[in-house]
Design a protein around this ligand. Structure first.
Ligand code: SAM
Length: 423
């Protein structure tokens, strides 16, 4: 449909329907056809008959609310969290792990096939354990602290979250208590660093003296590494017990406020090991979209010369400081969307590793395709933008040698991939 003629989503006031769910869509919802229109039903599985209330019509189809499961799938399992279904933090706790892993692999195959890769060499999904998440952002609205409800701005209050590391989950109820005096909405970012918990509260309300004392006492009582506050003018620390830091490749890197961190230590290890395996024997390479050096530092520790680039000034400064302990590592700030590393700059490199944000690395992929680099390793959290970039590399003469789906967001529809391209 032409963009200008797209229908605006319309609220529906319809009666519940009995629907047969055929598949699970990219967003994690069950999909059923009714009168030739796709109906999306959260928490419904293939093969199930469900009773569902249509709530919103859009160009994609009709979004429904699950009322009840009339014929459950034999692959349905009991969720392990009492908030599942109410809290929008997880899309899947009701599906056999093996089915979920297979579905994620199929999504990657479909994205690649859509870009013309028939029979792509996609490995079985490497699944990370579910209860190991080391970063999350909670919303505080009224007195409720938790994740947003499914397809809503409302917050589903939780006291704990079994998907998070227990050390972070244990902070939720006490955080709600210490933040109770706030009148404005807030976002609370939690990260488990190698120095302990790092908590950043984003809220337009500035804590007064009493509030600051209560927050500092909270930080001490819960042994936080750092508690910082951002009222819209940048984060300022309220309490620093130990400067938060991460260790990559044996080197400690200061952890800036709200810096990027792979969602679990297990996920990070899976990606790093795949990148290290793909670049075995490589002596000079670029790590593009390097963040804090998750790959660059282990690569440098192995003796390679590494050029690490990222647009995040705070991350680059932290990695540059850490690079003093990592001979062979050069670090610079660069917006790789506007100014990709050029084919000429890649001359002499044996490999390029790139790990862009969800939008992918279209412009950078074009530069890699135009270069003489013999090996490219793509790490991506978005199968669609990854497949688009893979097509650019393939059209530039690269062969997709392997793609490893890594499920490091095991209860969500998201998927990570590490792919190796050679000339
Ligand atoms: C998925 S993270 C990967 C970071 C790192 N490779 C890691 O594993 O921790 C994506 C990174 O892309 C960086 N980034 C986002 N937009 C960028 C741009 N236009 N140019 C360069 N880097 C960018 C972010 O700062 C972030 O560090």
């Amino acid at each position: 449909m032409a963009r200008g003629r797209e229908r605006r989503p319309a609220r529906l006031n319809a009666a519940p329907l009995s629907l047969c769910v055929e598949s699970v869509g990219a967003g994690g919802d069950g999909i059923a056809l009714h009168d030739g229109v796709r109906h999306f039903v959260p928490l419904a599985l293939p093969g199930e008959t469900v009773r569902a209330m249509p709530v919103l019509r859009s160009a994609e189809g009709v979004r429904c609310r699950l009322e009840s499961v009339e014929t459950p799938s034999p692959r349905r399992v009991a969720p392990f969290c009492p908030a599942f279904g109410r809290c929008g933090g997880c899309a899947f706790q009701h599906w056999e792990a093996a089915d979920l892993a297979a579905w994620k692999r199929t999504r990657l195959l479909a994205a690649l096939s859509h870009r013309g890769f028939a029979d792509a060499p996609v490995a079985e999904t490497l699944s990370c354990p579910a209860r190991t998440r080391r970063r999350a952002t909670l919303a505080l609205k009224g007195k409720k602290l938790g994740f947003r409800e499914e397809a809503s701005h409302a917050v589903a209050a939780i006291d704990a979250c079994p998907v998070l590391l227990p050390q972070l989950s244990a902070l939720i109820a006490p955080l709600r208590a210490v933040l109770a005096p706030l009148t404005a909405d807030a976002a609370v970012a939690l990260a488990w660093t190698d120095s302990g918990a790092d908590v950043l509260v984003r809220c337009a309300d500035e804590p007064g003296w009493e509030g600051r004392e209560a927050l500092a006492a909270f930080a001490r009582a819960h042994d936080l590494a750092r508690l910082a506050w951002d009222s819209g003018f940048g984060a300022a620390p309220l309490a620093v017990e130990r400067p938060p830091a991460m260790i990559f490749g044996g080197v400690s890197v200061a952890f800036p406020d709200a810096a990027f961190l792979q969602p679990s230590a297990e996920g990070e290890a899976a990606l790093r090991d795949a990148v290290l395996a793909a670049t075995e024997g490589v002596s000079a390479l670029a790590d593009l979209f390097c963040g804090l050096g998750t790959f660059a530092l282990p690569l440098a520790a192995r003796g390679a010369r590494v050029l690490a680039l990222d647009a995040d000034g705070a991350a680059v400064a932290a990695l540059a400081a850490a690079a003093k302990a990592a001979p062979g590592l050069a670090v610079a700030a660069r917006d790789l969307f506007r100014e990709p590393l050029s084919a000429a700059e890649m001359r002499g490199l044996d490999a390029v590793v790139f790990d862009p944000p969800r939008a992918g690395a279209q412009v950078q992929a074009r530069a890699i395709a135009a270069s003489a680099v013999p090996l490219a390793v793509a790490v991506s959290c978005n199968p669609a933008s990854f497949a688009r970039d893979a097509r650019i590399l393939a059209d530039g003469g690269f062969r997709l040698v392997s793609a490893l789906p890594v499920d490091q967001f095991p209860l969500s529809p998201h998927l990570e991939v590490v792919a190796v391209f050679r000339r």
